[in-house]
Design a protein around this ligand. Structure first.
Ligand SMILES: Nc1ncnc2c1ncn2[C@@H]1O[C@H](COP(=O)(O)OP(=O)(O)OP(=O)(O)O)[C@@H](O)[C@H]1O
Length: 404
């Protein structure tokens, strides 16, 4: 806020001559100008500094993302010394002296498992081996998803029942006819279309244990242990028989081979080879069915699609308009929906939405009603929910573009 002339402390006495007043004001002006100059310089410096930090932040964020994405190696902390941290790498047993941030050093203790990058810098601390297994494999003795909970993908549902459920329920039919049931079924299609639900519903229907493993976790989180975890997965399935093994994001372990021959690639290859050998040696697999899923069919190494492996491909697309309406009805079954809600009209409006989007719209519409202190969910709530979800998607895309 600027002072008014009346409030300004004048640099002269009231009885000073005109000339003295002018000189005093002149002097004050010069001081103010030089202060102004000084402030402007400081502002420029601060802006330059800000830019520098901004760039550094972006670089670090990018670096951080890259570090987390590229496969890392596993090592065990041997000793914390004043020179750094001595680690022993798994696999080759080589010891190395490496540096860590002060923050991470405080959390580290000898015998801790850590992930290191290509330059052997410690990127993160890992969980105990037993925790790893528990986290990488999600075991559900009796999943509660049924086929009645899945909408808009009847054909795919039929195919999954035929190829996965029938061999579990009536193996004698395949024996009588004299054909082998498909070894593995690969579900492919965009995210959130119900692939996981299909696998869970089969397990539910056949009273099988559902065992899920995420390919991306194997590669990014449990580095150096992929092949072993795949072995463990099948061992667990044999113990839990009948079992449905669901390998999500299989593209992470079975992507086409790239030209680069980094050790990270070699590690992914080892994991994939283990998976293939488990599947190939699966003649006596008993009551275990394998379902894999991917959003990136184009990236898959064709080796996994050979006969005897994932030889039945089922595309699970986004639902069409009738499918969307059906999914709305499924997810609003236990909601208090107002009479004005027209699911047919909503389904028409939300072109390109996935099943997961429809589910999110229902939950969000309910939230709008709660915020408004109502117990009934109206058509306006559904519209607002769709708008919000689209907006969030756009924001997410912008963020990922910024840090891409
Ligand atoms: N066809 C569908 N019918 C009913 N609900 C669905 C359908 N598809 C998705 N959903 C809802 O979206 C959620 C996520 O779906 P699901 O995990 O099965 O998708 P996905 O295809 O496995 O996705 P991703 O590829 O991202 O793992 C489900 O829990 C369910 O609430």
């Amino acid at each position: 806020m600027t002072d008014t002339v009346d409030e300004v402390d004048m640099p002269y006495d009231d009885d000073a001559s005109q000339q003295q007043k002018i000189e005093a004001l002149q002097e004050r002006l010069e001081v103010l100008e030089s202060q102004n100059e000084e402030m402007r310089d400081k502002l420029l410096d601060a802006n330059a500094e800000n830019n520098k930090y901004q760039q550094k932040l972006e670089r670090l964020t990018h670096e951080n993302k890259k570090l987390k994405q590229s496969p890392l190696f596993v090592a065990t902390v041997q000793e914390l010394s004043s020179d750094g941290v001595i680690i022993k790498q798994h696999g080759n047993n080589q010891e190395a002296l490496t540096e860590v941030t002060d923050e991470m050093r405080e959390d580290l203790e000898p015998d801790d498992r850590v992930a290191v990058n290509n330059s052997l810098s410690i990127v993160k601390q890992l969980d105990d081996e037993t925790d790893v297994r528990a986290r990488v494999m999600q075991v559900d003795q009796s999943p509660d998803v049924t086929f009645a909970d899945i909408g808009g993908i009847e054909e795919q549902m039929e195919e999954v029942r035929e190829t996965v459920e029938m061999p579990l329920k009536s193996p004698e039919m395949f024996e009588d006819v004299g054909i082998d049931p498909p070894s593995g079924v690969l579900l492919h299609g965009p995210p959130g279309t119900g692939k996981t639900m299909l696998a869970k519903a089969v397990a539910n229907e056949t009273d099988a244990t559902f065992i899920k493993m995420a390919g991306s976790e194997l590669v990014h989180k449990f580095i150096g242990e992929g092949a072993k975890l795949v072995r463990d997965l099948f061992e667990l399935a044999r113990q839990e028989e009948p079992a449905v093994v669901f390998i999500d994001e299989i593209d992470a372990i079975a992507a086409k081979r790239t030209e680069s021959k980094t050790s990270g690639d070699a590690e992914v290859q080892r994991t994939m080879m283990q998976l293939l050998s488990e599947m190939d040696g699966f003649d006596d697999r008993g009551d275990i069915r394998i379902i894999a899923a991917t959003n990136r069919f184009d990236m898959l190494d064709r080796a996994i699609l050979r006969p005897g492996r994932f030889d039945r491909l089922i595309e699970v697309p986004n639902p069409d308009v009738e499918g969307r309406e059906q999914i709305f009805k499924i997810h609003t079954r236990s909601m208090n929906v107002a009479d004005d809600v027209d699911f047919e009209a909503l389904a028409e409006e939300i072109t390109d939405a996935s099943g997961a989007d429809v589910k999110a719209i229902c939950t969000e519409a309910g939230m709008f009603a709660i915020r408004d202190d109502r117990t009934e969910v109206t058509m306006v709530d559904f519209h607002n929910a769709w708008e919000k979800i689209q907006q969030e998607d756009t924001e997410e895309e912008e963020v990922s573009r910024t840090f891409a």
